[in-house]
Design a protein around this ligand. Sequence first.
Ligand code: PMP
Length: 405
Amino acid sequence: MNYNNFFKDAISGLKAEGRYRVFANLERIVGKFPKSLYHPENGEAPREITVWCSNDYLGMGQHPKVLDAMDKAVSGQGGGAGGTRNISGSNHLHVALEHELADLHGKEAALLMTSGYVANWTTLSTLGSKLPDCVIISDSQNHNSMIEGMRHSKAERRIWNHNDVEHLEAILKDLGPERAKIVAFESVYSMDGDIAPIGQILDLCEKYNAISYLDEVHAVGMYGPRGGGVAERDGVMHRVDIVQGTLAKAFGVIGGYIAARPEIVDFVRSFGNGFIFTSSHPPSIAAGALAAVRHLKESNAERIAQKERAETLRERMREVGLPVMDAPSHIVPLMVGNAAMCKEASDRLLFEHDIYVQPINYPTVPRGTERLRFTPGPLHNDELMDHLIDSLLAVWSQLGISKAA
Ligand code: PMP
């Protein structure tokens, strides 16, 4: 086996398809969000650009309360937490954050994990492997972190057509009430920006005695009067068995969690390898996340401003004939439909217009639906939006990309 040829050929294949990933090298600057310094690959001096694809949806990663809490935790408690949760790494800030998250979702308990990815992987792999003869019923567009967790569990998996409750019911009926079942789905699907009919899915979970597992990664902090997610907004939060979320998007820091009734949380805490065998977050991370969660429980200002910005951007794109996808959420996807073209559009926006929006290609989205995904935040003002629209029109006409949605 020639290992190097194997690795090189695999990368050449990605490059030929226009799918080779290049990460924009950014330096964030406190107080300037959504601007950032971009460090070009060719070693040229860094220059200021506007980020239009950040998942720090509300700018909480630079909120004074968050920074202050993190600074205090670093100067008071130092760098790391000192171990796994089990061996000296359980900090009072982790515990306080878990209480805060349980309260956010109206649950009795919560469990903090390394990231949203790890929370999905750990919880689904643990429940799927330990519940006797379990079947996991998974929405066809579920995130990779759920898919990998389910696969690892080796539980039987049934895929239900995206957001199609009739199909879900047919599968549940077929499995019958006695079999252990988990229905795994998301609230806001981050690439199309569409939203699950959570209430109807919960009706079916209750009717057929299935555990409901809801990933609210793109919705926590963003929806509901206290930022509890779409389930809170829809008044059905109390009916969800397990809510999973992240601290790395609207809450602006890092980390993932589940919130559920105590028996479930204690079970994952006790049997979940992805929780047990890894070191816990630095106290400063928990402090920052705690400040963000507390702030967004009290304040609707950021959510209201974000919603207005997203609606305005969508409207402005429509007005000038750009093929913006309809979406009832904070995400604004603009269709390109070709991987190489999508990359080229993103490059031109960055190199010629100082606008950064990452191309979204297969396997994140199906081939032929490659797109630019905009996440306007409260701080993307009218001036930035004018510049974005003018730049998009220039690039669209240079590349001859179709304007038909
Ligand atoms: N679930 C969904 C739906 C996601 O989109 C992501 C990542 N973007 C995750 C889970 C993983 O969350 P995290 O980034 O906190 O690991």
